[in-house]
Write a protein that binds this ligand. Structure first.
Ligand code: SF4
Length: 259
């Protein structure tokens, strides 16, 4: 029987644990029993979490292989919770890297140590969350005093402030300045909506050491709601000359989404 065109998955996000040593005020980890009051956990057993069995290393490989039977898979992001709470993270990263073109581990960075980094496969990529260039702001959002620990960890090449979470454009510009003095590149986090993408575009234009603009290819209803005038062509985006952020709301779509 003839098969239709094969589906493509640009990026698969795999949450390897629900546990986290942070308590971020914006976190969607709704399953946590008492949000904002989570004890700092020790590194968890790889197969049991809060008395429940969790997916194991072979489970992840099996799942990814199953997905690949139906769709072409490009990238995998390992997320959580905090992935470094799993003792078998290096092995999971190694197994799943073999199954895709590129893999990144998204972490709050506080559990990274020299020893844990040595156990990770060569050329492992990390996205480390920094909410603000200011200790107080970062710690307030993270719900933990982790700013100093994060700064000590070092090893950061690219700083990714999100204009919707890190103090707006003013806060992000402060982070950009600090990154520049540390010799770090800037690539704003711009995943959640076309509005934050437009703000990130402005931030990139205003920052000489900006590396790239994150341009989500995930299908999202918000793409219909907001017109930014920004178009991705051959991996490049040109700014518009619209006033302000340059975002226009499609009122017909807004009426459709109204509740
Ligand atoms: S680090 Fe991530 S998973 Fe942990 S509380 Fe913050 S947003 Fe949630």
């Amino acid at each position: 029987m003839a098969r239709g065109p094969r589906r493509e998955i640009k990026q698969l996000v795999v949450e390897v644990t629900e546990a986290c040593n942070h308590a971020c005020m914006h976190c969607y980890n709704y399953w946590r029993p008492r949000r904002g009051d989570v004890p700092v956990l020790p590194v968890v057993d790889a197969t049991v979490e809060r008395g429940r069995r969790v997916l194991t290393r072979p489970d992840f490989v099996r799942l990814v292989k199953k997905i690949k039977r139906d769709a072409r898979l490009h990238y995998i992001a390992l997320s959580g919770g905090e992935p470094f709470l799993r003792t078998d993270l290096p092995e999971i990263v190694g197994d799943l890297s073999d199954q895709c073109e590129g893999l990144v581990t998204i972490t709050n960075g506080t559990l990274i140590t020299e020893e844990r980094l040595r156990r990770m496969p060569e050329r492992s990529n990390f996205e480390i969350t920094l909410f603000s260039a200011h200790r107080e702001t970062h710690d307030a959002i993270a719900g933990r005093k982790s700013f100093d620990r994060l700064m000590e960890t070092g090893g950061i090449d690219v700083v990714q402030p999100d204009p919707s979470r890190a103090g707006g454009l003013t806060g992000c510009l402060r982070i950009a300045e600090r990154a520049e003095t540390l010799g770090l590149a800037l690539a704003p986090h711009a995943w959640s909506s076309p509005v934050v993408r437009a703000a990130a575009m402005h931030l990139c234009i205003a920052t000489p050491h900006a590396l790239m603009l994150e341009f989500s290819q995930h299908p999202s209803p918000l793409e219909r709601l907001f017109d930014t005038g920004l178009e991705l062509r051959d991996g490049l985006v040109a700014p518009t000359d619209r006033p302000g952020l340059g975002v226009e709301v499609d009122m017909a779509a807004a009426r459709e989404f109204a509740v």
